[in-house]
Design a protein around this ligand. Structure first.
Ligand SMILES: [Zn+2]
Length: 145
């Protein structure tokens, strides 16, 4: 193959790659690029914590329980257990990465369903099972709200 033909073929390959990259960028833009991460509950800022907690409670009440319930492992006193804030925040962030976008992200949805939800369920079950719940919560931490 002559050098001119090789160069012409290379130009075509580059054009095809540019078109492919453009389609991928468009797809990424349509799906939304936001990523969510859990808050750092060690923050000393009470206003930050109150805001995060309000968002977490709202997500639990409006998304987690209605869409994924019944959740017997999520006792009513979860708000008093600081470890639950950490665990549920991870779950909330994972859900956000899957669904709070222009189009749901399949990989993030699978991660949420197959990895995050069972893991948090297991850890919260371990954390909350010794608690008396409505009969007497063992947590010392009170809700920040
Ligand atoms: Zn409790």
């Amino acid at each position: 193959m002559s050098d001119v033909r090789k160069l012409a073929r290379l130009v075509v390959d580059v054009a095809l790659l540019e078109a492919k990259v453009g389609r991928l960028e468009k797809c990424a833009g349509e799906s939304g690029g936001a990523t969510y991460a859990p808050p750092d509950w060690t923050s000393e800022d009470a206003d930050d914590q109150a805001g995060w907690f309000a968002e977490l409670r709202q997500w639990v009440d409006e998304v987690l329980v209605p869409e994924y319930g019944p959740l017997p492992w999520l006792r009513a006193c979860w708000e008093a257990h600081r470890r639950c804030w950490w665990e549920l925040s991870i779950l909330q962030a994972g859900w956000g990465n899957a669904y709070k976008r222009n189009r749901p992200d399949l990989d993030a949805a699978i991660t949420f369903t197959d990895r995050l939800l069972p893991g948090v369920q297991s850890r919260l079950n371990e954390c909350l099972s010794p608690c008396g719940g409505a009969r007497g919560c063992v947590a010392r931490v009170r809700s920040v709200s």
